[in-house]
Design a protein around this ligand. Sequence first.
Ligand SMILES: [Zn+2]
Length: 402
Amino acid sequence: MSLGGMIYRCFSIGLLVIASGCTPAQYMPQFDEATLQIKRNKIANQAERKPQDIKEDPKIALSRVYERLAPHARAACLENGEKWLDSSCSNWTLNVVDDENFNAYITPSGDITFHSEVFKYTNSDDEIAFILAHEMSHHILNHGMEDIVNSEIMGATTGFLSGILVGAIAAGLGASDDILDDIIEDAVEDGYASGRESGRLTYSVDQESEADRLGLKLIQLADYDRFAARQVVLFIGADSTELRSGQSSSHPSGPERLAAFDSYSGGASPELSSLIGCIAGDCVNGNGTYIWADGRKYEGYWADDKVNGHGAYFFPDGRKFIGQFQAGKINGQGVFESPNGHKYDGEYRNNKRHGWGTYRWPQGHKYVGEFKDDEEHGEGTLTYPDGRVVQGQWDNGKFLSE
Ligand SMILES: [Zn+2]
């Protein structure tokens, strides 16, 4: 067991987030309000996760993922330069404890603990890989060690340091892990209080983001799916939906974290626009975002692998449709707009204007009335830009009579 005090409750949901601040090597990128709003919407619109029965011993799943990540983590650890302990690039240990909180953490000496709840809410090795890689990244990046150094430099309160010592002494005396966990928890609380006083807490927002960044790199090196990693960031993001993290936050807000993740993941393109396929949510049965190779994009609901329900459909040339879909086609109410000024607001059937609606042309004409198979058909009124009105019967796009 380790010195206490710096357990990163990185993937905690619904818990008091324990803080331990220190200077990161890299600061989290900053984002404007509009970007963060978009990220917040993405978090809000993700498909809800339901707890699943654990089918496989979590320890086995975790070990399997660890074996695949470890060589890359070890290389990154050695690359990262001098470690507090020479052996620290190889001595990670894994634990799974029964706990109802979605949480995972690592101690400065590399003891990694996953709560069992993580395995109820994750869908694949890829998702577990990102959580594990994130925890290992804290260790690789010396966040725990920096913390000790920083707390000394900052003259942290005796409570904080004595908490660490108590944990170390208890470990030396052979206290059981359960007892140690409690001791460390107390020590962390002390650290939390002293951190708040000395104003160091916001630093770990950057650390979390830095660990996401390296974690993402590690899973890609190990050939895990980065979309799955993003799903995890979306999921945990739902726990903190403020646009920005506050002064006393230890973790980035959900929108900030997602924005930072996307900027790491997409390189020059923060919106992952170079990617295709289901980039967020559930594009089979649920709410998901899908991008086609030709640039078309759909954000909305799906059923049986088809667009179904409310959604927004975007064409690469700027045309867009927002409205109702059914079994892969536009059916029901919707609004279509093109960048050159065409707009239709009304009913659709099988991708065509059909039923009652309003069509506006860029030159200022407006038709209000019935449509059939995309054409004006039935009762309708055409208003010219100069105000003239023609009202009557229409037949497949042609005006018949008053
Ligand atoms: Zn973390």
